[in-house]
Ligand binder design. Structure first.
Ligand code: SAM
Length: 236
């Protein structure tokens, strides 16, 4: 329960849909005299809901625990977490930063994207963990970042950019990332598979190099292998 309180549940609508389908199939299974096909359908949706819940509560954390050792952090680091939500990645980075480094998180706090996220919650946690000198959060839309050109040398984003609709908004967010990230700066994006492939194309066009897209495997499945999490790393 602490994990749910601290990090919320991503895309809760998906979880509700899978659980509702499992319940409907279960009822039909009972009503149709315990036919095997409805039992299989029930188990299928239970598996999808369980897989989704695992990824949002545990898998996503593991993905970033695997990625962050490859992010170079120094006393000069000026990092930005785009769509930080409850700050899962922001706190992991803040605790790793050497003295002098800093990370800023931005979000518009949409409840349908992550339950109970808010500026107040993250601000309180920053204070409670003694990170006031290291981390800060503010309300801002990733399509219009309130920062100067080249202000950051590392940008991360975890499962946030795909929430921007339509696609033109996602491409606008990538242009904003390119604007505020210094040449030579590091970019790490974890996002849904279909989105990451489009990001690669746009980032190439924007002049990013050393772009690598990797799969995160079963720990990043949002209900099944058809909805995987990919990680994109690139240098501006
Ligand atoms: C699925 S949550 C992920 C949060 C966090 N990065 C994590 O991995 O736990 C996506 C976040 O993106 C935020 N978001 C959606 N659209 C946004 C936008 N246009 N600008 C900034 N944040 C946005 C949502 O409010 C939400 O907190």
């Amino acid at each position: 329960m602490k994990t749910v309180r601290e990090n919320g549940i991503d895309g809760v609508g998906g979880l509700v849909a899978f659980t509702s389908l499992a319940v409907v199939c279960f009822i039909v299974w009972l009503a149709t005299g315990l036919t095997t096909s409805w039992l299989i359908a029930t188990l299928f949706y239970v598996a999808m809901a369980s897989c989704f819940l695992y990824t949002t509560l545990i898998g996503k954390q593991k993905i970033w625990d695997q990625q962050l050792p490859q992010l170079t952090l120094s006393t000069d680091t000026r990092a930005l977490d785009i769509g930080c939500g409850h700050g899962m990645v922001l706190f992991k980075i803040a605790h790793r930063l050497p003295a002098g480094g800093h990370i800023t998180g931005i979000d518009i706090w949409r409840q349908q994207d992550q339950t109970n996220n808010s500026l107040a919650t993250v601000t309180q946690r920053i204070h409670a963990e003694g990170l006031d000198q290291v981390a800060a959060v503010q309300t801002a839309d990733m399509r219009e970042l309130p920062f100067a050109d080249n202000q950051f040398n590392a940008i991360v984003s975890s499962l946030a950019i795909h929430n921007v609709k339509p696609k033109t908004g996602r491409l606008q967010s990538l242009r904003e990332i390119a604007r505020v990230l210094q040449p030579g700066g590091q970019l790490v994006i974890a996002d849904l598979g279909f989105s990451c492939n489009a990001y690669r194309q746009e980032l190439t066009r924007l002049g990013f190099h050393d772009i690598q897209v990797t799969s995160t495997g079963v720990i990043g499945w949002w209900g099944g292998p058809w909805m995987p999490t990919l990680v994109l790393r690139a240098i501006r």
